[in-house]
Write a protein that binds this ligand. Sequence first.
Ligand code: PGA
Length: 253
Amino acid sequence: MTTPAIRPLIAGNWKMNGSRELTRTLIQDLKKELVDRPSLDADLLVCPPAPYLLLAAEMLSGSRIALGAQDCHALPPGAHTGDISAGMLIDCGCSFVILGHSERRADHGETSETVMEKAKAAIGAGLRAIVCVGETLAQRESGETLKVVESQLEGSVPADADAENLVIAYEPVWAIGTGKTPTNTDIETVHRHIRKLLTSWFSDGHQIRILYGGSVKGANAAEILAVPEVNGALVGGASLKTTEFWAIATARG
Ligand code: PGA
Protein backbone atom coordinates (compact mmCIF):
# COMPACT_ATOMS: atom_id res chain seq x y z
CA MET A 1 0.00 0.00 0.00
CA THR A 2 1.34 3.46 -0.78
CA THR A 3 1.42 5.64 2.30
CA PRO A 4 -0.91 8.62 2.00
CA ALA A 5 0.71 11.93 2.83
CA ILE A 6 1.11 12.30 6.56
CA ARG A 7 1.39 15.83 7.86
CA PRO A 8 4.80 16.04 9.52
CA LEU A 9 5.19 16.79 13.21
CA ILE A 10 8.18 18.79 14.39
CA ALA A 11 8.44 18.35 18.15
CA GLY A 12 10.79 20.19 20.49
CA ASN A 13 11.90 18.25 23.54
CA TRP A 14 13.44 20.83 25.84
CA LYS A 15 14.47 18.14 28.34
CA MET A 16 15.58 19.62 31.71
CA ASN A 17 16.43 22.97 30.16
CA GLY A 18 14.92 26.41 30.20
CA SER A 19 13.48 29.01 32.51
CA ARG A 20 10.41 31.22 32.56
CA GLU A 21 12.39 33.71 30.53
CA LEU A 22 13.40 31.18 27.88
CA THR A 23 9.85 29.82 27.73
CA ARG A 24 8.54 33.32 27.00
CA THR A 25 11.19 34.16 24.44
CA LEU A 26 11.15 30.87 22.54
CA ILE A 27 7.38 30.74 22.26
CA GLN A 28 7.04 34.42 21.39
CA ASP A 29 9.64 34.08 18.64
CA LEU A 30 8.09 30.90 17.24
CA LYS A 31 4.66 32.50 17.16
CA LYS A 32 6.08 35.45 15.26
CA GLU A 33 7.67 33.13 12.69
CA LEU A 34 4.37 31.29 12.25
CA VAL A 35 2.43 34.48 11.64
CA ASP A 36 4.74 35.16 8.70
CA ARG A 37 4.35 31.61 7.41
CA PRO A 38 0.67 30.66 7.70
CA SER A 39 1.08 27.98 5.03
CA LEU A 40 3.65 25.96 6.98
CA ASP A 41 3.16 22.33 6.03
CA ALA A 42 3.94 20.82 9.45
CA ASP A 43 2.48 20.63 12.93
CA LEU A 44 4.63 22.14 15.66
CA LEU A 45 4.90 20.97 19.24
CA VAL A 46 6.91 22.22 22.19
CA CYS A 47 7.56 20.09 25.28
CA PRO A 48 8.98 22.26 28.08
CA PRO A 49 9.79 20.98 31.58
CA ALA A 50 6.71 20.53 33.79
CA PRO A 51 7.09 23.77 35.83
CA TYR A 52 6.78 25.83 32.64
CA LEU A 53 3.79 24.06 31.12
CA LEU A 54 1.19 26.49 32.45
CA LEU A 55 3.12 29.53 31.30
CA ALA A 56 3.67 27.90 27.91
CA ALA A 57 -0.03 27.01 27.66
CA GLU A 58 -0.99 30.60 28.35
CA MET A 59 1.42 31.87 25.73
CA LEU A 60 0.37 29.28 23.15
CA SER A 61 -3.32 29.93 23.59
CA GLY A 62 -4.87 30.70 20.20
CA SER A 63 -1.73 29.66 18.31
CA ARG A 64 -1.26 26.61 16.08
CA ILE A 65 1.60 25.29 18.23
CA ALA A 66 0.72 22.33 20.44
CA LEU A 67 1.96 21.74 23.97
CA GLY A 68 3.36 18.49 25.31
CA ALA A 69 4.95 17.14 28.47
CA GLN A 70 8.01 14.92 28.76
CA ASP A 71 6.55 12.21 30.98
CA CYS A 72 3.52 11.26 33.06
CA HIS A 73 2.66 8.71 35.72
CA ALA A 74 0.72 5.58 34.85
CA LEU A 75 -1.75 5.88 37.73
CA PRO A 76 -4.62 8.25 38.52
CA PRO A 77 -4.05 11.03 41.09
CA GLY A 78 -3.05 9.75 44.51
CA ALA A 79 -0.13 9.21 46.86
CA HIS A 80 2.80 9.42 44.42
CA THR A 81 5.06 12.21 45.59
CA GLY A 82 6.75 14.12 42.82
CA ASP A 83 4.74 12.55 40.03
CA ILE A 84 2.28 14.04 37.57
CA SER A 85 -0.84 12.30 36.27
CA ALA A 86 -1.93 12.27 32.65
CA GLY A 87 -5.14 14.10 33.58
CA MET A 88 -3.13 16.92 35.17
CA LEU A 89 -1.30 17.41 31.88
CA ILE A 90 -4.61 17.78 30.08
CA ASP A 91 -5.69 20.22 32.79
CA CYS A 92 -2.54 22.27 32.09
CA GLY A 93 -3.22 22.50 28.36
CA CYS A 94 -1.12 19.62 27.03
CA SER A 95 -2.24 17.53 24.11
CA PHE A 96 0.89 15.37 23.79
CA VAL A 97 3.25 13.56 26.14
CA ILE A 98 6.65 12.04 25.34
CA LEU A 99 6.98 8.58 26.89
CA GLY A 100 9.83 6.12 27.23
CA HIS A 101 12.53 8.53 26.10
CA SER A 102 15.88 6.73 26.35
CA GLU A 103 16.99 9.18 29.03
CA ARG A 104 14.04 8.08 31.18
CA ARG A 105 14.65 4.44 30.35
CA ALA A 106 18.29 4.93 31.47
CA ASP A 107 17.94 7.44 34.35
CA HIS A 108 14.74 6.07 35.87
CA GLY A 109 14.93 2.43 34.90
CA GLU A 110 11.76 2.65 32.84
CA THR A 111 11.03 -0.62 31.12
CA SER A 112 8.80 -1.10 28.10
CA GLU A 113 6.20 -2.43 30.52
CA THR A 114 6.26 0.88 32.43
CA VAL A 115 6.05 2.80 29.18
CA MET A 116 3.05 0.74 28.07
CA GLU A 117 1.22 1.52 31.34
CA LYS A 118 2.00 5.21 30.95
CA ALA A 119 0.88 5.18 27.32
CA LYS A 120 -2.43 3.58 28.30
CA ALA A 121 -2.96 6.23 30.98
CA ALA A 122 -2.01 9.03 28.61
CA ILE A 123 -4.29 7.84 25.82
CA GLY A 124 -7.08 7.16 28.32
CA ALA A 125 -6.83 10.75 29.54
CA GLY A 126 -7.05 12.10 25.99
CA LEU A 127 -3.37 12.78 25.32
CA ARG A 128 -1.41 11.73 22.26
CA ALA A 129 1.49 9.53 23.33
CA ILE A 130 4.87 9.89 21.63
CA VAL A 131 6.49 6.55 22.39
CA CYS A 132 10.27 6.54 21.97
CA VAL A 133 12.36 3.56 20.94
CA GLY A 134 15.95 3.15 19.81
CA GLU A 135 19.08 1.03 20.07
CA THR A 136 22.35 1.68 21.87
CA LEU A 137 25.64 1.79 19.98
CA ALA A 138 26.57 -1.69 21.22
CA GLN A 139 23.25 -3.05 19.98
CA ARG A 140 23.71 -1.41 16.59
CA GLU A 141 27.26 -2.72 16.27
CA SER A 142 26.12 -6.23 17.04
CA GLY A 143 23.41 -6.04 14.38
CA GLU A 144 20.50 -6.03 16.83
CA THR A 145 18.90 -2.71 15.90
CA LEU A 146 15.69 -4.03 14.33
CA LYS A 147 15.25 -6.69 16.99
CA VAL A 148 15.66 -4.14 19.81
CA VAL A 149 13.32 -1.61 18.23
CA GLU A 150 10.74 -4.30 17.55
CA SER A 151 10.78 -5.63 21.08
CA GLN A 152 10.56 -2.10 22.56
CA LEU A 153 7.58 -1.37 20.33
CA GLU A 154 5.86 -4.65 21.15
CA GLY A 155 6.36 -3.98 24.84
CA SER A 156 5.48 -0.27 24.90
CA VAL A 157 2.63 0.31 22.47
CA PRO A 158 -0.93 -0.31 23.72
CA ALA A 159 -3.07 -2.56 21.55
CA ASP A 160 -5.90 -0.03 21.28
CA ALA A 161 -3.76 2.86 20.04
CA ASP A 162 -4.39 4.46 16.67
CA ALA A 163 -3.08 7.15 14.35
CA GLU A 164 -4.90 9.83 16.33
CA ASN A 165 -3.40 9.06 19.72
CA LEU A 166 -0.04 7.43 18.97
CA VAL A 167 3.21 8.78 17.55
CA ILE A 168 6.40 6.73 17.42
CA ALA A 169 9.81 8.36 17.75
CA TYR A 170 12.81 6.37 16.57
CA GLU A 171 15.80 7.75 18.44
CA PRO A 172 19.05 5.80 18.28
CA VAL A 173 20.53 6.33 21.76
CA TRP A 174 24.01 6.94 20.35
CA ALA A 175 22.72 9.75 18.11
CA ILE A 176 21.08 11.75 20.92
CA GLY A 177 22.99 14.91 21.76
CA THR A 178 26.15 13.61 20.08
CA GLY A 179 26.04 15.32 16.69
CA LYS A 180 26.13 11.85 15.10
CA THR A 181 23.29 10.58 12.93
CA PRO A 182 22.69 7.27 11.18
CA THR A 183 22.95 7.26 7.39
CA ASN A 184 19.71 8.00 5.57
CA THR A 185 19.62 4.38 4.47
CA ASP A 186 19.89 3.21 8.07
CA ILE A 187 17.09 5.57 9.13
CA GLU A 188 14.94 4.31 6.26
CA THR A 189 15.55 0.66 7.15
CA VAL A 190 14.38 1.18 10.73
CA HIS A 191 11.43 3.38 9.81
CA ARG A 192 10.25 0.88 7.17
CA HIS A 193 10.47 -1.87 9.76
CA ILE A 194 8.45 0.19 12.24
CA ARG A 195 5.88 0.94 9.52
CA LYS A 196 5.60 -2.75 8.69
CA LEU A 197 4.90 -3.56 12.35
CA LEU A 198 2.39 -0.72 12.78
CA THR A 199 0.43 -1.68 9.67
CA SER A 200 0.30 -5.28 10.84
CA TRP A 201 -0.99 -4.24 14.28
CA PHE A 202 -3.35 -1.37 13.52
CA SER A 203 -5.92 -0.84 10.79
CA ASP A 204 -4.68 2.75 10.42
CA GLY A 205 -1.03 1.85 11.05
CA HIS A 206 -0.07 3.36 7.69
CA GLN A 207 -1.14 6.75 9.09
CA ILE A 208 0.72 6.67 12.42
CA ARG A 209 3.49 9.23 12.48
CA ILE A 210 7.03 7.92 12.86
CA LEU A 211 9.43 10.68 13.92
CA TYR A 212 13.20 10.49 13.75
CA GLY A 213 15.14 11.93 16.68
CA GLY A 214 18.85 12.27 17.44
CA SER A 215 21.00 15.29 16.53
CA VAL A 216 18.46 16.79 14.13
CA LYS A 217 19.41 20.39 13.31
CA GLY A 218 18.75 23.00 10.67
CA ALA A 219 21.63 21.76 8.54
CA ASN A 220 20.53 18.10 8.28
CA ALA A 221 16.75 18.41 8.63
CA ALA A 222 15.85 18.61 4.93
CA GLU A 223 17.78 15.46 4.17
CA ILE A 224 16.40 13.49 7.12
CA LEU A 225 12.81 14.64 6.63
CA ALA A 226 13.01 13.50 2.99
CA VAL A 227 13.78 9.89 4.00
CA PRO A 228 10.82 7.62 3.20
CA GLU A 229 8.62 6.87 6.24
CA VAL A 230 10.07 9.77 8.24
CA ASN A 231 7.04 11.83 9.28
CA GLY A 232 8.73 14.48 11.36
CA ALA A 233 11.40 14.97 13.98
CA LEU A 234 11.81 14.90 17.73
CA VAL A 235 14.35 17.61 18.38
CA GLY A 236 16.34 18.06 21.58
CA GLY A 237 19.21 20.57 21.68
CA ALA A 238 18.20 22.41 18.51
CA SER A 239 14.71 23.07 19.88
CA LEU A 240 16.17 25.52 22.41
CA LYS A 241 17.10 28.02 19.70
CA THR A 242 14.27 29.50 17.68
CA THR A 243 16.38 29.92 14.54
CA GLU A 244 17.42 26.25 14.57
CA PHE A 245 13.97 24.92 15.44
CA TRP A 246 12.37 27.10 12.80
CA ALA A 247 14.94 25.98 10.22
CA ILE A 248 13.90 22.38 10.95
CA ALA A 249 10.21 23.23 10.82
CA THR A 250 10.60 24.85 7.41
CA ALA A 251 13.26 22.49 6.03
CA ARG A 252 10.85 20.74 3.67
CA GLY A 253 10.29 24.06 1.94
P1 PGA B 1 19.03 15.84 20.38
O1 PGA B 1 17.95 15.05 21.28
O2 PGA B 1 18.26 16.48 19.26
O3 PGA B 1 19.65 16.85 21.32
O4 PGA B 1 19.99 14.81 19.89
C1 PGA B 1 16.85 14.39 20.71
C2 PGA B 1 16.02 13.76 21.78
O5 PGA B 1 16.57 13.22 22.75
O6 PGA B 1 14.78 13.80 21.71
